[in-house]
Ligand binder design. Structure first.
Ligand code: NCD
Ligand code: ZN
Length: 366
């Protein structure tokens, strides 16, 4: 076993999939992302969803207004695809660098996806347009058929929808987001190995740490419930192998998805894990276990920008091998501007790794 370094200087990473929400929750969780990440692909599943250039610009302004002073962070906005989104609106937003990508939620696949796409045939003109302008398509890859077992929905999506979609639109660049299965890892790896650089996948920290037992450990643990749902251990292992492989087709996307406590602690609890505050440290634990710390920078800071054709960040973050006790909940969120509501303490999201000791810490002034 190689000696573990005591510190690691990395090009500052980006988060290629995050839910920042809006209003009081946005103000509460944004510092957690901006503390570590220079840029983030911001999910558009607000209520109502972000389906126009104006809405994306307004949301981007609200994010920038919520940034703590002195922190640099660039939100990269996405469009939420619906059955009737106008391709011209998408192309205009992409040309103006407002939309960096468009997100495909199969209708009712996950949180706030009711307005998503009911059938891929409904958006073929949008996909043709995206293919022509080289705009990335981000996919929540699960079938929504209620007859399909929830643990099989991702693997079936590849067969039923992704493969035919890629045949119809071979030039389309796609990110299969937050992959959770061996089937997805193999599909992406084989595409890359066959010389196809038009598809990649993001992998979350929680899918690298958890298998499905986590949701039932000593009782029903809604804090470990997210979508796509965590799978068997063999799938977790496949994801760990993919993330630490060094292959450019796999990169960091936290899918940090905060919900108010009342949304998680309910008889019909919301899907989503809030992990952004310690995401990099969490990935470092896995890379260290795999003796692959030398590949963390590629995964966290290089493969994503290369896929999105954006410059690499020039500044750095330093991870030091020093224990940190993760609190159970978010620290006190910043106070809201006068006249606006704050997030009541009872609603603060619980942190991924809450209560654990992580062996890595980010060295910074915060
Ligand atoms: C996300 C959310 O809460 O918005 N939930 C989740 O479990 N990941 C939606 C999503 O990305 O599926
Ligand atoms: Zn997500």
């Amino acid at each position: 076993m190689a000696e573990v370094p005591t510190s690691l200087v990395l090009r500052r990473p980006d988060d290629w999939h995050v839910h920042l929400r809006d209003g009081a929750m946005l103000r509460a969780v944004l510092p957690a992302t901006a503390r570590t990440f220079a840029r983030a692909i911001v999910m558009p599943n607000l209520r109502p969803p972000v389906t126009s250039v104006d809405a994306a610009e307004a949301y981007r302004s609200r994010i920038l207004e919520s940034l703590p002073e002195g922190i640099s962070f660039e939100p990269l906005m996405t469009a939420y695809l619906t059955d009737d989104l106008d391709p011209d609106e998408l192309a205009r937003g992409f040309a103006q660098d407002v939309f960096r990508a468009a997100k495909l939620y199969p209708a009712n696949a996950t949180t706030n996806s009711a307005a998503g796409v009911s059938d891929l045939s409904r958006i073929s003109s949008v996909l043709t347009c995206m293919e022509a302008i080289d705009m990335p398509l981000l996919i929540h890859g699960e079938v929504t058929d209620p007859d399909v077992d929830v643990f099989d929905r991702e693997a079936l999506f590849i067969e039923r929808h992704l493969k035919p979609l890629r045949q119809r639109h071979p030039r389309l660049r796609i990110v299969l987001e937050h992959i959770t299965t061996e089937e997805s890892a193999i599909y992406i790896r084989e595409a890359y190995q066959s010389g196809d650089d038009r598809i990649a996948a993001t992998i979350t920290p929680h899918h690298l740490h958890l298998n499905r037992n986590a949701m039932f450990m000593g009782g029903l643990r809604s804090d470990f419930y997210c979508l796509p749902v965590v799978k068997r251990e063999c799938h977790r292992r496949a994801l760990v192998n993919a993330a630490t492989s060094g292959l450019p087709c796999f990169f960091l996307g936290t899918d940090s998805a905060p919900h108010p406590r009342s949304g998680k602690e309910s008889s019909c609890g919301c899907a989503g894990i809030f992990n952004s505050l310690h995401a990099l440290e969490s990935y470092a634990v896995i890379f260290e276990q795999e003796n692959a710390l030398g590949r963390l920078e590629g995964f966290a800071s290089e493969h994503g920008p290369n896929f999105y054709r954006l410059p690499l960040n020039e500044d750095t973050v330093t991870l030091v091998r020093r224990d940190q006790q993760v609190p159970l909940k978010l620290r006190e969120p910043p106070s809201p501007p006068t006249g606006e509501e704050s997030l009541p303490e009872t609603e603060w999201p619980v942190l991924f790794h809450g209560g654990e000791i992580l062996p890595w810490s980010i060295e910074c002034g915060c």
